[in-house]
Write a protein that binds this ligand. Structure first.
Ligand code: PMP
Length: 356
């Protein structure tokens, strides 16, 4: 049995993968889903179902549009400032490496006000929400910091639209959509294969601007502007059906609280490993941990890999170890990881960690 702790593309529900495999050669019209026109009625039904499921799961109000785009969350680092630009001043919370990249891209389109930053403490902590913020077009936040393993749980009342990157926590925990002006997420963690990006935007923020067509939100509302990542959309629709069948976002959050709680407890009790993030800011989905020694971390990664636990390396920019516990990671996977950590701790008492 293999358990995949990758931060993304991440683990997907096995029943969905089996269904996709079974349908791959012939989907309804006798051709493969990857050979089918995105303008066919069959495909249009998939997209409609996908949107309907997402709206039900996240309780997305009618005055929000749902857009299915490409270019990853990274393209949203540019599309957000291009499309929401009124005064040309944008506020950002600098809470991690992804928000830093978002800030760098936004600077191409206006003046960025960094409303809070935890860069000085290597993003181990979250910057506080600004007390007041005005004279900016929006305030951008990365709600869950995939690399650093921190997450925001409370939102302030601001007078400006909040834009949130929810790439690594969408559908993993409840997100109150109506508190936001815009949410965006790459699909490749909790939604489906890479190649699909979701944007959920309050309709009054969609303004016709003089932008190249693909880059304008207004050109994507209630239509597929061009050929989308059809396979990703199809799998995403099946994953969302699975989420609904399992009890929706509430059930996912309950499970993720249980899984991450078990893992944090094990880390807090371990004589060898410890969590990088402490306290209330701990992410439910991405958990960086370490022994404090880079070589021992690598030795554990190899030790775990040999036992079927893969992708436990930290992000290449920070090193260490990281377990991503997305919706499709079963509780058994977390229990197995904890057992293997105990085994490693035991063996380490007899032999050098470096030789395992
Ligand atoms: N934002 C966050 C929070 C992420 O976790 C990632 C990727 N893991 C990105 C942005 C970049 O996403 P993409 O690779 O889809 O451009």
């Amino acid at each position: 049995m293999i358990y995949n702790f990758s931060a993304g593309p991440g683990v997907l529900p096995e029943p969905v993968l089996r269904e996709v495999q079974a349908e791959f050669l012939s989907y309804k019209q006798g051709v493969s889903i990857v050979e089918m026109s995105h303008r066919s009625d069959t495909f249009a039904t998939i997209v409609e179902q996908l949107e309907a499921r997402l709206r039900r799961l996240m309780q997305i109000p009618d005055d929000y549009a749902v857009l299915f785009l490409q270019g990853g969350a990274t393209l949203q680092f540019s599309m957000v400032p291009m499309n929401l630009r009124e005064s040309g001043r944008f506020a950002y919370l600098d809470s991690g490496i992804w928000s830093k990249k978002a800030i760098a891209d936004a600077k191409h389109y206006g003046d960025v006000v960094v409303a809070g930053s935890s860069a000085a403490v290597k993003y181990r902590d979250l910057p506080a929400w600004p007390e007041t913020i005005s004279d900016v077009d929006y305030l951008h936040v990365t709600l869950n910091n995939t690399i650093e393993g921190t997450r925001y749980t409370k939102l302030p009342d601001t007078g400006v639209p909040i834009v949130a990157d929810v790439s690594s926590n969408i559908l993993a925990e409840a997100i109150d959509v109506k508190r936001y002006g815009l949410l965006y997420a790459g699909a490749q963690k909790n939604i489906g294969p890479a190649g699909l990006t979701l944007v959920i935007i309050r309709r009054d923020l969609i303004v016709d601007r003089d932008l190249p067509s693909y880059l304008a939100y207004s050109k994507h509302v209630d239509t597929l502007l061009n050929t989308p990542s059809t396979f990703s959309l199809y799998v995403a629709e099946r994953v969302l059906a699975w989420v609904e069948g399992e009890g929706g976002v509430e059930a996912m959050e309950r499970r993720n609280v249980e899984k991450s709680g078990l893992f944090y407890d094990a880390l807090d009790a371990s004589p060898l490993f410890h969590a990088v993030v402490s306290g209330k800011q701990r992410s439910l989905t991405n958990i960086p941990f370490t022994t404090g020694d880079a070589e021992t971390d690598r030795a554990f990664q190899r030790f775990a890999e040999a036992r079927g636990l893969i992708e436990l390396g930290g992000h290449r920019s920070v090193g260490g170890l990281r377990a991503s516990l997305y919706n499709a990671m079963p509780l058994e996977g977390v229990k197995r990881l904890i057992d293997v950590m105990h085994e490693f701790e035991q063996e380490g008492q007899d032999v050098s960690y470096k030789n395992v």
